[in-house]
Structure formats: structure tokens, C-alpha cells
Write a protein that binds this ligand. Structure first.
Ligand SMILES: Nc1ncnc2c1ncn2[C@@H]1O[C@H](COP(=O)(O)OP(=O)(O)OP(=O)(O)O)[C@@H](O)[C@H]1O
Ligand SMILES: [Mg+2]
Length: 460
């Protein structure tokens, strides 16, 4: 494969020298003499790499890089400069330059850097291809995950985002319900309209009705003017009803009516107002139990449960832990201005074996705390809270003890392998049994014996 290279430099001798050497090496070379011409060429043409001078007429090398970024052109740019100081080099890399080379340089130095860039590029492309082939998305509108159950959540979001159908999000605290609610909105055609969130458990019952539906002047003592509620505020967009399980019964009827008729009535008003709002509701409660115990209306439950999305607990998807750890280390390094590197495999294993009752939120807080506590270079086991340090990897622990009982040891190993197989197969027991190379019946027996992974009642 021949690579196409763009050279941008106002010095004719240098362009000539580069054209000569790169051409000899088999690269296809195009050269221009100012920044604007470089930008035009890169935006229009198919170039694999660009070698850009820092100081050029019309646009500087850094301005070219910034403009490429804005235009979503991903051609890697190697900046060349005679103003060889570390600050400029760092700034260039920070702005998105692929590499930096100080003038004067020898031709073989440029060739060496280009070869390295080519290799790195090829690897990046390969990784992209492999990820595509695996059908695996690691990030979807701010949600980081690679596990099978979360991949299913991603594809559900993609499928349903554009419909007006009500979505009910369930899952333990900190599993990302609000994040999913936002991604349903921001990946949908409604994204230009408001996303309005309300926590039904945090507003006193007496205020919640006017909050949701608004009121007219004179509706009650303090109502000295008309006020629109959240339904109207969210018009054309999405209304996120968080903690829907806390909604008082009288308001449940009013919400049901609003959903069925697509219209609301302000408190104290006699007219109905049409509203076009997509409802996303979330709860940590098991609404089936709430219904059977009379705390939640059955008709509203069915109306909301048209499209349920269950967010799996973090302990059900340990394969997401390393990815989330990386993500949070990057995030907090950025906000705190630290340069703490990612924890070792050993620490990651420890984090994967902890049951995370507070799910992703607890992991996020744990990483933030560890970055503050660590010595500034890397997170170690010492920087983790006691509760996590104590929950050692069970397999390693049992193998490190004097335990000789084959029965006890294999039991721990079996349990762990079954959990992993179920995680990988999204809870599909037939498929999991195949991976484990045991019969379906044997797997069912062991799941029962070890009490593995039973989703809460009503969510099976
Ligand atoms: N898959 C994920 N990738 C990145 N961040 C995540 C992910 N899941 C959760 N988070 C982060 O974890 C925190 C908790 O998420 P979120 O508020 O969406 O949870 P929740 O299910 O609404 O919890 P609660 O029921 O307690 O309100 C947030 O800071 C969120 O950004
Ligand atoms: Mg929430």
C-alpha cells in the first residue's frame, strides 16, 4: 500500500528535500506552501499523513490542526518547527498533533517517525475493525460498557430512542438509570428539545402536582399568576420521572390520565392542554411488589412498563469494571490536574471481585478517593477502602491457604466460572452450559445450589 503524504512548508528547499526522500521511500507526496492550502488539501483530499511547518503564511500549523479537529478530519499531523522548545511541542501534541519534530532534522529522522506513525495508524485501524467485528461498543453516548448485558441495553436504546413509547428503567441505585434516560433523549430526534428531570421522591406531595402540571392564577393562596408545569416545559422533548415508585397514589391517577390522553390540566383550570412529551421513568423499587402490596396502581404500571430496560448490577458484569476504572482515572486526572496511572492488573482483579452494592456510583467515588490518597503515581491496593481490600479474590484466597479439600476448592472455582459464563452470555443458561462444557441440567442444579445471580422478583 502506498501512503499519501501532504507536506506544508513555506521553505522551498525543505519541501524539495522532503519530496525527494519520501518519494524515494515510496510515499506519494503532495506539497503546499502555506497553512490555508494545507487545510484545503487535507479537508478535500485523502491523505494518510501530513507534515506541517509550525510558522507558515496565512494559517499556522497549530491553527491547521485546530481547524482539522473542527472539521472532523482525522489525518495525523506531524508538526515541524525551528522554534524548538518543549512548551510548543507539548502544546502541539495537546491540540492533537500526532508528533513533533524539531528543525533542522535529517531526512532519515523524518522517515523513522513516519514509519512509526504508519504502524500506529495501522494498529488503530485494526483495533477498530476488530471491535466492529465483535459487534462491541465500548462507549455509547457517555455510557461506558463492554459486557453482554450492557451491549443489549445499548442496542435497545438505539432501537427505541426515536419512538414516543414510554420507557421504564429499573435497576439498583448507581447502575446508570439517569445516564440511560439522558442518552434516550440525546440520541433521539427530540434532542433539540428540552430534557426535563424530576425526582418524584424529593418533592413534597403537596407541591408535586403543580410542579408536574402547573397551575392557574388563584388556584391557591400563593398562586398570583399562571404557571406552566414540567409537562409543558418538556414540550417536544423528554420528561424523566425519576423514583416513580415514590409517586403518591392520587398523583398516579393524574399521571395515568396524562399518559393516556396526551393532555394535562393545570391545577385550578377547567381546560385541558395537549402535550407532546416522551416519558422515561425510573425506579429502584420492584414495581410488581409495589402493585401487589397496593402502593402502586396496576394500570399505571402496565402503561409505564411498555418498554422495560433493566440495568444490571455491576457485580453481574465484572467485565465492565476495568473499562470503567480507566474511564474514571482519566476523568479525575483531568478534573484534578493529576497524572495518576491506571492501577495494576492485581488491583483491577480486586475491584472485580468486590460486590459493589452502590454499583457504578460507588466505583466512581472509590476511584476519586484513591486518586486523592495515592502517592501521585499509581493507585495501589493500599488506596482502596477496607471493605474492598477485605473482599479478596476468592479463588486466589482459597488456593493460597492450606486448604486441601478438593470439594471445597472446586466449589469456589465452579461458582466463579459459572458467574463468568452467565455474565458473558447475558444470562443465557443454554449457551453458558455449552461454554462450561456441562449439561444444561447440571448448570441449573449448580445455579440453584450456589444461589447464583437470581434477578430480583418480577424482573426475571
Ligand atoms: N456505564 C457507565 N459509564 C459511565 N458512567 C456511569 C455508568 N453507569 C453509571 N455511571 C455514573 O455513575 C453515577 C451514577 O449513575 P446514575 O445517576 O445514572 O445512576 P442511577 O441508576 O440513576 O442511580 P440512583 O438510583 O441512585 O439515582 C453517575 O455519575 C454516572 O455518570
Ligand atoms: Mg438516578
Amino acid at each position: 500500500m502506498t501512503y499519501r503524504i501532504l507536506i506544508a512548508d513555506d521553505e522551498e528547499d525543505l519541501r524539495f528535500m522532503l519530496e525527494l526522500h519520501l518519494g524515494r521511500e515510496g510515499y506519494e507526496v503532495v506539497s503546499v506552501s502555506d497553512g490555508q492550502a494545507a487545510l484545503d488539501a487535507l479537508t478535500k483530499g485523502q491523505f494518510d499523513f501530513a507534515l506541517c511547518d509550525l510558522v507558515m503564511p496565512k494559517l499556522s500549523g497549530l491553527e491547521v490542526i485546530a481547524a482539522l479537529e473542527t472539521n472532523a478530519v482525522t489525518t495525523p499531523v506531524v508538526l515541524m518547527s525551528a522554534h524548538a522548545d518543549v512548551d510548543t511541542a507539548l502544546k502541539a501534541i495537546e491540540l492533537g498533533a500526532f508528533d513533533y519534530i524539531a528543525k533542522p532534522f535529517r531526512a532519515d529522522e523524518v522517515l523513522f517517525r513516519l514509519r512509526r506513525a504508519v504502524q500506529q495508524r495501522a494498529l488503530e485501524v485494526r483495533v477498530d475493525q476488530l471491535e466492529d467485528a465483535l459487534g462491541e461498543r465500548l462507549e455509547f453516548s457517555g455510557i461506558i460498557a463492554r459486557s453482554k448485558p450492557m451491549q443489549t441495553v445499548f442496542s435497545t436504546i438505539k432501537k427505541v430512542a426515536d419512538y414516543k413509547t414510554t420507557v421504564l428503567l429499573t435497576g439498583e441505585s448507581g447502575t446508570g438509570k439517569e445516564l440511560v434516560a439522558k442518552s434516550l433523549h440525546f440520541t433521539s430526534v427530540r434532542r433539540g428539545k428540552p430534557f426535563v428531570a424530576v425526582n418524584c421522591g424529593a418533592i413534597p406531595e403537596s407541591l408535586l402536582e403543580t410542579e408536574l402540571f402547573g397551575h392557574v392564577r388563584g388556584a391557591f393562596t400563593d398562586a398570583n399568576r399562571d404557571r406552566q408545569g414540567l409537562f409543558e416545559e418538556a414540550s417536544g422533548g423528554t420528561l424523566f420521572l425519576d423514583e416513580i415508585g415514590e409517586l403518591p397514589l392520587p398523583l398516579q391517577i393524574k399521571l395515568l390520565r396524562a399518559l393516556q390522553e396526551s393532555e394535562i390540566r393545570r391545577v385550578g383550570d377547567s381546560r385541558n392542554i395537549k402535550v407532546d412529551v416522551r416519558i422515561v421513568a425510573a425506579t429502584v423499587r420492584d414495581l410488581v411488589t409495589e402493585v401487589s402490596e397496593g402502593r402502586f396502581r396496576e394500570d399505571l404500571f402496565y402503561r409505564l412498563n411498555v418498554l422495560p430496560i433493566r440495568l444490571p448490577a455491576l457485580r453481574e458484569r465484572p467485565s465492565d469494571v476495568p473499562l470503567l476504572v480507566d474511564h474514571f482515572v482519566d476523568k479525575f486526572n483531568e478534573t484534578m490536574g493529576t497524572e495518576v496511572s491506571k492501577p495494576s492488573m492485581e488491583v483491577i482483579k480486586l475491584l472485580q471481585s468486590y460486590p459493589w452494592p452502590g454499583n457504578v456510583r460507588e466505583l466512581e467515588n472509590t476511584i476519586e478517593r484513591a486518586i486523592v490518597l495515592c502517592d501521585g503515581s499509581a493507585i495501589t491496593g493500599e488506596d482502596l477502602p477496607e471493605r474492598i481490600k477485605d473482599s479478596q479474590d476468592r479463588i486466589r484466597t482459597i488456593l493460597n491457604t492450606d486448604e486441601l479439600s478438593i470439594k471445597k476448592t472446586t466449589r469456589v472455582i465452579e461458582e466463579e466460572l459459572i458467574k463468568r459464563a452467565l455474565d458473558q452470555t447475558n444470562g443465557n443458561r443454554t449457551h453458558a452450559a455449552e461454554l462450561l462444557e456441562i449439561s444444561h441440567r447440571a448448570l441449573l442444579y449448580k445455579i440453584k445450589q450456589y444461589e447464583i445471580n437470581r434477578p430480583p422478583k418480577g424482573q426475571r
